[in-house]
Each structure stands twice: as structure tokens, then as C-alpha cells.
Ligand binder design. Sequence first.
Ligand code: FES
Length: 168
Amino acid sequence: MSCELENCQCCSEISDQQKLEMISEVIEKYKNKEGSLIQVLHIAQNIYGYLPLEVQKIIADGLDKPLSEVSGVVTFYSFFSTEPRGEHTIRVCLGTACYVRGGKKIVDRLEELLGVTVGGTTKDRKFTFEVARCIGACGLAPAMMIDDVVYKQVNADKLEAILAKYYK
Ligand code: FES
């Protein structure tokens, strides 16, 4: 069994033993390939949802690399996470255009609504809450994204309705 799909959700219902078998297969497949570490980490994150230290150790052992190298790559790239992530990722833009048009108010209101600060994941694992520098919608600031969907001219009063869509 293997899983290499981007943003795959199919692994949330499989057992730890099955996950271990999957990652072992992946390691075996990429073992002797040059520059395979990032690829293996991506697949492992899709399987586990995040990359805790124990998974990093399995990968380091399997690829015959020092754990420090694996951990270094995981912490360097922002798309890797060592904590469980939410089902959806919210990114509020705090680039200049969005900041001056109220981006910080969006952040403050979302912190209230979600009950977490920036960088956190809600208790129900629905959302991971992050900020971004610019998401390319400066003309319609303030803007935010949830996964790949861009919300433009957002204001604090619209947030509850936006979040509610993700609970349907
Ligand atoms: S500064 Fe927010 S979209 Fe560009």
C-alpha cells in the first residue's frame, strides 16, 4: 500500500501499523535515490498528517541519514509541520496593503472565534491558523485564504459566516 497524493485525506482512518508499513515501503522505494529526503518527508506528512520526532527517526534510520539532517530539513521548510494540523489552513494576509486596511483586526477576530493564536490548530482539528505576507490580492485588501480559496475585502463581521461554510 502506498500513498503519494498531495493533501490526501485517506490516511486519517488507517491504523498505526498500516502507516508504518506504508512509510517503510516508501523508504524502500526512495532509499538509494539522490535527493530523496524531501520527497519521503512529503509522503510521510501525507500519511501521518505531520512529522513528529518518532517519524523523523524512522525516516532517518531508513534512509541512513543522521536525525539532525532530517530534523533540519523539517524545521527549515514551512510546509512541514511537527504538530498535528487542522483539516483546513487559514492564512490571513498581513502584507502592507492588507495590514493598513485592517488585516490585524481580521487576525484578532479570528483568534477570538477559533480560540487559538497564530500558528495554532483548533481543538477540533478543523483549522490551522497562520498569517502570510502577500497572497496576490492587494487591490482587494484585506484578504485571507482558506486552503486554496482566496477571500477578498474581508472584514471582521464576515468571518463567522466564512468559517461556518467549513462546518457543513
Ligand atoms: S498585501 Fe495582502 S494580498 Fe498583497
